[in-house]
Ligand binder design. Structure first.
Ligand SMILES: O=C[C@H](O)[C@H](O)[C@H](O)COP(=O)(O)O
Length: 231
């Protein structure tokens, strides 16, 4: 049986095969993407040439250290694909992302990509989204108003301001994150839109109908690929 970390590494090595010479791709954020960057760094050393748009400062720093060529999204028309992790993957490849706080840049990069390929281990696969609290990125000014509206208007049980090391977590773009405990999210596009309608919300960690492929690793060594059923 493979450990949690070994599964992530194996999924990343498998998914690295999607990256071909000459491509310009998006690279996500997180502990699964860490292994992807390690693998892509090795392939760069072996002569693979490609360019990447990072989805966070963390990915930008690590990719640079590993010799991966980075490019500004403003100098790219469209990305061939983006490889990223997720916190939850539900049927139809509906996603919750943002556990690491990178949801805003991740969503911009995903939206600029022809394909979004998600790397996950089996623990991320759920029947219904919501066990993982939904991250919502907000403007710091008046954030408690947004918190109140998510509870009162959208029926969320608990909305917590994210903290890190005892201090309020601040995203790469200077925003706060509200972790929203909805318990069950069955209407992903509708909830995404309803949250967006609250003034002060910058982005949500719901990725409705955005993922095309999920590469999923299991403790017994299997790796499966699931495609979205959407056209
Ligand atoms: O903000 C973080 C991202 O959305 C990550 O892709 C997500 O949290 C999954 O990360 P990990 O691979 O570390 O579980």
């Amino acid at each position: 049986m493979f450990s949690h970390e070994e599964i992530k590494k194996r999924v990343a090595e498998y998914a690295a095969d999607y990256v071909e010479a000459g491509m310009t791709i998006g690279i996500g954020t997180g502990s699964t993407v860490y292994w992807l960057l390690q693998e892509l760094g090795k392939r760069v050393q072996q002569g693979l040439h490609f360019k990447a748009v990072p989805t966070s400062r963390q990915t930008q720093t690590l990719a640079t250290e590993l010799g991966i060529s980075l490019v500004d999204l403003n100098n790219v028309d469209q990305l061939v694909l983006t490889l990223d992790g997720a916190d939850e993957v539900a049927p139809g490849l509906q996603l919750i992302k943002g556990g690491g706080g990178a949801l805003l840049q991740e969503k911009i990069v995903a939206a600029a990509s022809r394909q979004l390929i998600i790397l996950a281990d089996e623990s991320k696969m759920v029947n219904v989204l919501g066990r993982f609290p939904l991250p919502v990125e907000v403007i710091p000014f008046g954030w408690k108003q947004v918190q109140k509206k998510i509870i009162q208007q959208l029926g969320c049980q608990l909305v917590e301001l994210r903290e890190k090391n005892g201090e309020t977590f601040v995203s790469d773009h200077g925003h706060y994150i509200l972790d929203c405990h909805f318990s069950q999210i069955t209407d992903t596009p509708e909830l995404n839109e309803a949250i967006h309608n609250i003034p002060g919300v910058v982005e949500t960690g719901l990725f409705p109908n955005m993922a095309d492929i999920a590469v999923v690793g299991y403790a017994d060594g299997r790796i499966t690929t699931t495609t979205s059923t959407l056209p």
